[in-house]
Write a protein that binds this ligand. Structure first.
Ligand SMILES: Nc1ncnc2c1ncn2[C@@H]1O[C@H](COP(=O)(O)OP(=O)(O)O)[C@@H](O)[C@H]1O
Ligand SMILES: [Mg+2]
Length: 235
């Protein structure tokens, strides 16, 4: 092993020749064509590409929400395409935190209960789940909004709650699908600052879909889906 290699963090996950197509009636529409890339622990990746290019499709495969038609996917050296449904669910729940453009918070629950919910689904008691949720809200700077419902929060605050919810299960990767798509420029910048701070402080690997080249430039890597292929971008 060379010096450069020995200094690199270990591989977190790797995709090799991943292909995915959707059937539209008679027609088969290829979306991803032999996509290959490796992400090391603690890397921050921006995923770029025009609308409909396949960014969400790729993110869903990485996050084990979808299985590709073909290719290889290893996560922590385990083969994800031969794992059974139970193992996939376990890895998905323990290793990944998901953040979406539309926040996807439950409107009737307070910020605290929204963040506690993933732990309650795991069978962790309410008290313990709420303590952990409180800690995460603190981490995203929203300790004083714990009892607010989503409608009583700004867009940026809602996305912070969603990030706290993604973090509460202590994932090793955060996958964020256009997390700043509903936010103004300044708030979008703050959300990216928060995600990068979480990466710096806790080493969580980031894969973040964005249309915004200025935001993308703040990440250590820029990947772009174009015509179904993935390019490492030097924008
Ligand atoms: N479940 C699906 N069934 C059929 N076509 C789909 C499905 N999901 C996505 N597509 C198509 O695949 C392409 C890529 O979609 P998507 O991954 O959502 O793109 P992006 O996130 O980059 O906007 C689009 O043409 C979209 O219409
Ligand atoms: Mg999308």
């Amino acid at each position: 092993m060379g010096i450069a290699e020995s200094r690199s963090p270990p591989v977190h996950f790797s995709l090799s020749e991943i292909s995915q197509a959707y059937r539209m009636g008679e027609e088969v529409v290829p979306v991803l064509k032999r996509v290959t890339f490796t992400v090391r622990r603690g890397e921050t990746c921006a995923l770029l590409g025009t609308s409909g290019s396949g960014k969400s499709t790729l993110l869903n495969i990485v996050g084990l929400l979808d299985r590709p038609d073909s290719g290889q996917y290893h996560f922590n050296d385990r083969n994800m395409l031969t794992a059974d449904a139970d193992e996939l669910a376990l890895i998905r729940n323990r290793q990944f935190g998901f953040v979406f453009q539309a926040f996807n918070l439950l409107p009737r629950l307070t910020a605290l209960d929204n963040v506690a919910l993933p732990l309650m689904y795991r069978g962790i008691g309410r008290r313990c789940a709420r303590d952990a949720a409180s800690e995460q809200l603190h981490r995203v700077g929203l300790a004083d909004r714990a009892e607010h419902r989503p409608a009583e929060l700004s867009g940026g605050q809602r996305q912070r709650v969603a990030i706290a919810r993604a973090l509460v299960g202590q994932p090793s990767v955060i996958l964020a699908d256009e997390p700043t798509g509903n936010l103004d420029t300044a708030t979008a910048d703050d959300i990216v600052t928060l995600l990068l701070a979480l990466n710096q402080e806790h080493g969580v690997t980031l894969v973040v879909v964005t249309h915004d080249v200025a935001l993308a430039n703040r990440f250590s890597r820029k990947l772009e889906v174009r015509s179904g292929e993935l390019y490492e971008s030097l924008l």
